[in-house]
Design a protein around this ligand. Structure first.
Ligand code: NAP
Length: 474
């Protein structure tokens, strides 16, 4: 029996367990929640009310969440003492019960923790940050057709420049590192030989590993397997044209995974292009039709032509068994895009994308840009998922100036609750909430942040009234 210093364990409820990274959810799970700082006092009660009402409506007494209050952030310091932003009780509770949901947390100004959110991700190895961005009809948006965007950003959570391995300019360790690179490592490389890092530079390290990339991309592909039609599509987003051994490697490892581990489920963009051309009767033969390969190809040498045609033959032979009889049309398309182009593409051709699997920094930018298209951060949910735990969270901060005023938009945390219900497989309840939010927004029953953008202007609902409006559409 697990014991806590200051927590009151619910009297009833069951444990969520994990099997090969998949959560096994009983009908009456215990779920720890962190209310959150600042506007957490407003949005958490609203969220809990909506989730409970949806489960009751969807499943009657057959399912129920037994909420377990745990502490982090300022609230934890009040209960556990100064600088105790993330008490052992909270860590033990999430470790034991596996799935938690949290409101926003103040970034501590002392106590040795850089960010509570980052700490939670690291402690539980929550390596994929998942951020869906879809449009709810009626939400004010700067775009003409925001409804065309319906994507899920998978942002790698544990590697990249975000690991925070960096040295400040002129710090003696930084100077030592630069000297070592300039005088020893760089001259050894034929490619880097003439490059020199300025002595006054700051340095950050960007580690990207095969293991870290593939376990993350695997989660994205597994998600795509649960989707239908054109949405069975994973785009690897990277800046591999410039950062070849980090971002470029991420792309290569992604394709390798898709081909080696998901051969029966995935088709790469190149393979799909070849099959499409065959279907259109553009017979690709070994000897001719080289122009089909790519524009400008005809200028290449004969030996190159042969090589590429042989490659096509190889591709066809390698997939004929798994992808034949039109099977390929139902498969998950895995392609890749350069990071800067995806910012254009989600605006100009949003309907062509579904799951964006990317590295940490790219994912940070892309998810915020996508959230802006569909109505801003107030409506953007998030989840951090690993193999043994998952934490669902609002993506915005504590918005202290609105705290306790019952006016802030609880949409982000409520939608994080929807993600959690989907993760449980409790789709009936998740769909009720999604529909409730859509209807409330369509009927212009919204909080101040959306109300002020609507034309003509509408009167804003309070945070709790917005929650009640959502429930009224169940
Ligand atoms: P913020 O709390 O996200 O607030 C910035 C502005 O965003 C707010 O003033 C508000 O704009 C809008 N906003 C935030 N939440 C909203 C919601 N639920 N509905 C509608 N609009 C919302 O960012 P911050 O002021 O930079 O950060 C405050 C604290 O939060 C800091 O300690 C920061 O470190 C922390 N933080 C925590 C997390 C997290 O826990 N995940 C994330 C980011 C920041 P208007 O006033 O214009 O309406």
């Amino acid at each position: 029996m697990i014991m806590f210093e200051k927590l009151n364990l619910p009297k009833e409820g069951e444990l969520i367990s994990f099997n090969n990274g998949i959560a096994q959810v009983p009908n009456y799970p215990i779920v720890p929640f962190i209310r959150g700082d600042g506007t957490g006092v407003d949005i958490w009660p609203a969220t809990q009310k909506v989730i409970d009402a949806a489960i009751l409506k969807g499943y009657g007494k057959d399912k129920k969440i037994n909420w377990f209050k745990v502490y982090a952030g300022d609230e934890a310091c009040e209960v556990y003492g100064t600088y105790n932003y993330l008490p052992k009780d909270t860590i033990d509770a999430i470790k034991h019960f596996g799935v938690a949901i949290k409101g926003p947390l103040t970034t501590p100004v002392g106590g040795g923790i850089r960010s509570l959110n980052v700490a939670l991700r690291q402690i539980f190895d929550l390596y994929s940050c998942v951020r869906p961005c879809r449009y709810y009809s009626g939400t004010p948006s700067p775009h003409k057709k925001p409804e065309d965007l319906d994507i899920i950003v998978y942002r790698e959570n544990t590697e990249d420049i975000y690991m925070g391995i960096e040295w400040e300019a002129n710090d003696p360790n930084c100077v030592e590192l630069i000297n070592f690179l300039n005088n020893s490592l760089i001259p050894k490389s034929e490619k880097l030989k003439n490059k020199l890092i300025s002595e006054s530079a700051g340095i950050g390290i960007k580690p990207i590993s095969k293991k870290g990339s593939q376990r993350h991309i695997k989660k994205a592909i597994e998600h795509a397997k649960r989707l239908t039609g054109d949405k069975r599509h994973v785009t690897l987003v990277h800046k591999g044209n410039i950062m070849k051994y980090t971002e470029g490697a991420f792309r290569d490892w992604g394709y390798e995974l898709a081909i080696n581990e998901f051969r029966n489920d995935c088709i790469t963009e190149r393979e799909s292009w070849i099959l499409e051309n065959i279907e259109k009767n553009n017979q690709i033969t070994i000897e001719n039709n080289a122009k089909l390969i790519e524009p400008g190809f005809e200028k290449l040498t004969t030996s190159k032509q042969k090589f590429i045609c042989e490659e096509i033959k190889e591709v066809i032979l390698s997939i004929s068994e798994t992808h034949g009889s039109n099977n390929w049309k139902k498969m998950i398309l895995v392609d890749d895009r350069i990071a800067d182009s995806i910012f254009q593409q989600i605006q100009t051709r949003p309907q062509e994308y579904s799951i964006i699997a990317t590295l940490n920094l790219n994912g940070d930018y892309i998810s915020d840009a996508a959230a802006a298209i569909v109505g801003g951060l107030g409506m953007a949910p998030g989840a951090n998922i690993g193999d043994n735990a998952a934490i669902f969270e609002a993506t915005h901060g504590t918005a202290p100036k609105h705290a306790g005023l019952n006016r802030i938009n609880p949409g982000s945390l409520i939608l994080s609750g929807v993600m959690m219900l989907e993760y449980f497989g409790w789709n009936k309840a998740a769909n009720l909430i999604t529909r409730g939010i859509s209807k409330a927004i369509e009927d212009k029953k919204v909080t101040y942040d959306l109300a002020r953008l609507m034309e003509p202007k509408v009167n804003a609902l309070s945070c709790s009234d917005f929650a009640d409006a959502i429930i009224s559409y169940f």
